[in-house]
Design a protein. Structure first.
Length: 334
């Protein structure tokens, strides 16, 4: 009986960690098909001035809330398909290759030279170093057309532009040096020493999980960072525990290796053109979003953070100190 109970609790834990709960008083998050805006999670989270029209509130929702991910979902198209949903290759991407998912694909890191490596290196992958086995469909024209916003933190264009179909490729020890068995998140990162910039990474990753419809913690995370010093994340590194049970892996540790991924996600990145949280055009008169609100609650729950307070007659102040001349507070020392 004890064994059966433990097994049941184990599966409950798996299901819980693979999903995110939506309170019963809401019909939807806001990005789902047939979701009515006034019954979505975000509707009452967005606060607008009294004279703001409902159309402006909806525009705000589209620019900086769950509405932002709707075009990424609707624009998803298949680039590679083997016709075999079990062990065949698959690649689909949204417009501009901002968000992609793939199955049974590879990256060959033989051109990654750490002697000349620097952060934000864009020429890691060359022709013949990325691909899969696309027996049924390989839309090379679509791939080329969507490589129109190539920049390190804007899209996956530099990493996927040379994607090819190889008829003899399959994931095995003969074709791969390293096989990632678990679902894997490959992510390029902004500055880890800056809370704003680094949380551009985390918020966009959270939004990407909504697109992918999975919040599983039993995943690998691969930092696609090309600095020989590695990606140092001492200040905010604990946040990764909200996305995976495991310590993130680093690209530089696999130099010269052929990496194969059975299930991989390439999330929205930190500095997209007119992106999310960075370079975001926002209509005036509204503030607060369901996306930010749910992201906050999600991290607090995943990281088991307890809130003590508010305390009577106590005021808690969080002060962000900036070092640059145009951003620092003049009397910061006082």
């Amino acid at each position: 009986m004890d064994i059966l109970l433990k097994i049941l609790l184990f599966f409950i834990l798996i299901i819980k960690n693979d999903t995110i709960n939506l309170e019963s008083k809401y019909d939807c998050w806001g990005y789902e098909e047939n979701c009515q805006f006034n019954s979505s999670y975000s509707f009452n989270k967005i606060k607008c001035k009294k004279d703001i029209l409902i159309e402006n509130k909806k525009l705000f929702f589209q620019q900086g809330d769950f509405g932002y991910i709707i075009p990424h979902i609707s624009s998803l198209k298949t680039i590679c398909d083997s016709g075999n949903q079990y062990d065949g290759s698959f690649l689909q991407c949204s417009d501009h290759l901002r968000y992609c998912t793939g199955k049974n694909i590879f990256f060959d890191l033989k051109s990654l030279d750490l002697k000349t490596a620097k952060r934000y290196k864009e020429d890691v992958i060359h022709r013949g170093e990325v691909g899969g086995n696309c027996k049924e469909k390989f839309d090379q024209k679509l791939l080329k057309n969507r490589c129109d916003q190539k920049s390190y933190l804007q899209s996956w264009g530099h990493e996927l532009e040379y994607f090819e179909s190889y008829k003899n490729f399959e994931i095995n020890n003969n074709n791969c040096d390293i096989i990632f068995e678990k679902p894997t998140i490959i992510i390029k990162l902004d500055a880890s020493v800056n809370m704003y910039h680094h949380f551009c990474d985390f918020l966009n990753l959270y939004a990407s999980q909504h697109i992918n419809k999975t919040f599983n913690l039993d995943v690998d995370i691969l930092w696609w960072d090309t600095s020989v010093q590695g990606y140092v994340d001492d200040i905010f590194g604990d946040v990764w525990k909200g996305f995976s049970y495991y310590k993130p892996k680093e690209l530089i540790h696999y130099r010269g290796k052929k990496l194969c991924f059975k299930n991989v996600m390439f999330p929205l990145l930190a500095r997209q053109i007119m992106g999310l949280f960075y370079n975001t055009p926002i209509v005036e008169g509204c503030s607060g979003t369901g996306l930010f609100n749910s992201f906050s609650h999600h991290l607090i729950e995943r990281l088991n953070i307890s809130q003590y307070g508010p305390k009577l007659n106590k005021l808690r102040v969080t002060f962000l100190s900036r070092s640059t001349n145009y951003r620092r507070i003049l009397n910061v020392n006082k």
